[in-house]
Design a protein around this ligand. Structure first.
Ligand code: URP
Ligand code: ZN
Ligand code: ZN
Length: 470
């Protein structure tokens, strides 16, 4: 199968030119001006942008959490991702306590089998180094292409680890070259605040934010940075939501320490007042860290513009409002934590980042594709448009207007965080390894065609040849 994408405006993190992109057997083999080649399929991209397929480094598909399971599995989540221009994601394999890492990985591989449409890797979420996983087994994961370890510093009594587990994992990462990712919140302090709020009879969704003040995120971010320094590992702070967490990351990066961070689309748009929406609608915005006071949004835009934060992910962790979020109707601490977003990251950042003049097109591609690919061992196979890279491509119509809505999105979730938002610009054709996944409003991809990607270690490149021998 060969594809020629003709006359589009090709935009990578570094380049911006009008040209043709030709792909054969899954990879880009030629890029040039007015290429004189035959192809099985020619796509006229005149007046359109051509982006590399986007990479989402933070998602939770088919994940047991909060007494239920996230509503999007590896099929519905992937369809939704494809319609938003995302062709690769890295999902969290959660080690059930008392289970080995190998068994956890087996469970997560089974979840994607026969369903996957886009390509994906796994991070290993370490929950237990005593009764389940061993340090030796943890150290062997990068050989299987699982080159990042995630630790939750919150969710006491569920996923939270103590500082010993965090630090020991960091020491293993320093040896193996894996990247350590942290959910940075002080879970002990939050647990006290939640108990106090409930004892005082405060049960509404807004108490989700009031019991997780930004200082608890700032403290944990700083703690993780300092411990990573002692252990000598590379650190990535997920879903940064506020000034208190941006500042220690900025300081660390200024000093040249090996620290990176991401924010997520929702923190740039949703503020804590959404939690007060009547009739339990506020529960739609119960994700963690919580939506913050509005002034944090400009802090986050400044951080993504200035490279304090290197990526924007979605943290797609979708629960139905009706039937799942309602588990916490009488107690905010029982509302499953998480929000949807895998489909609308590009829509929102293009509209309110690029079109509003906050970030350039190149920087948008860097934040949504190239940096996630580089940080998570997927580059240059993924995350750019270059000869030899996978033909993961988004032909984007910058003129077409769409309204974001649960009525039209492809996730199974029954609400949209950005309901009713009008944007100009949407993917028109999305290709993964040269195969068309969606075109216009039609899904073309077949479930089971997405592949597991064995990722390179932090700082190493993932070429097709390297991927084949790993
Ligand atoms: O509320 C959230 N973010 N749920 C998903 C788990 C996590 O903390 O990332
Ligand atoms: Zn988290
Ligand atoms: Zn998450």
């Amino acid at each position: 199968m060969s594809v020629l994408i003709k006359g589009g405006r090709v935009i990578t993190a570094a380049d911006d030119y009008v040209g043709d992109v030709y792909a054969e057997d899954e990879r880009i083999t030629l890029i040039g001006e007015s290429l004189d080649v035959q192809a099985d399929r020619v796509i006229d991209a005149a007046g359109k942008y051509v982006f590399p397929g986007l990479v989402d480094p933070h998602t939770h598909l088919d994940m047991p959490f909060g007494g239920t399971v996230t509503i999007d599995d590896f099929e519905s989540g992937h369809v939704s991702a494809a319609f938003g221009g995302t062709t690769t994601h890295v999902d969290f394999c959660i080690q059930p306590q008392g289970t080995s890492f190998g068994d956890a990985l087996e469970q997560w591989h089974a979840k994607r089998e026969g369903k996957a449409i886009i390509d994906n890797g796994f991070h290993m979420a370490v929950t237990d180094l005593r009764d389940g996983g061993s340090l030796e087994e943890l150290a062997s994961l990068p050989e299987q292409g699982v080159t990042s370890y995630k630790l939750f510093m919150a969710y006491k009594g569920a996923l939270m680890v103590d500082d010993e587990t965090l630090f020991r994992t960091m020491q293993v990462a320093a040896d193996t070259g894996a990247l350590v990712m942290v959910h940075a919140e002080n879970g002990d302090a939050i647990d006290v605040l939640v108990k106090e709020a409930l004892a005082a009879g405060h049960t509404e969704p807004k108490y989700h934010a009031l019991t997780r003040p930004p200082e608890t995120e700032g403290e944990a971010t700083n703690r993780a940075i300092q411990l990573a320094r002692v252990a000598g590992c590379n650190l990535y702070v997920v879903h940064v939501s506020c000034r208190e967490s941006v500042e220690p990351i900025a300081l660390a990066r200024e000093k040249g320490w090996d620290v990176w961070g991401e924010t997520c689309t929702q923190y740039l748009f949703v503020d804590c007042s959404y939690l007060e929406r009547p009739d339990f609608e506020g529960a739609k915005y119960v994700y963690t860290p919580p939506p913050r006071a509005k002034e944090n949004q400009e802090v986050l835009w400044g951080a993504v513009r200035g490279d304090v934060l290197s990526a924007i992910s979605t943290d797609h962790c979708a629960f139905l409002w009706n039937g799942q979020k309602t588990l916490g109707r009488d107690d905010f601490s029982k509302i499953p934590n998480g929000g949807p977003g895998i489909e609308n990251r590009l829509h929102m950042i293009h509209e309110f980042g690029v079109r509003a003049g906050r970030v350039s097109l190149n920087r948008m591609v860097e934040l949504l594709a190239t940096n996630p690919a580089k940080l998570f061992g997927l580059y240059p196979k993924k995350g750019t448009i270059a000869v030899g890279s996978d033909a993961d491509l988004v032909v984007f119509d910058p003129e077409r207007k769409v309204t974001l809505s649960a009525a039209t999105h492809h996730s199974k979730v029954d609400y949209n965080l950005f309901e009713g938002t009008e944007v100009t610009g949407t993917p028109e054709v999305v290709l993964r390894r040269g195969e068309i996944l969606m075109e216009g409003d039609e899904l073309v991809a077949k479930p089971g065609s997405g592949r597991f990607v064995r990722r390179a270690r932090f700082g190493e490149e993932l070429t097709s040849r390297a991927a084949a021998v790993m």
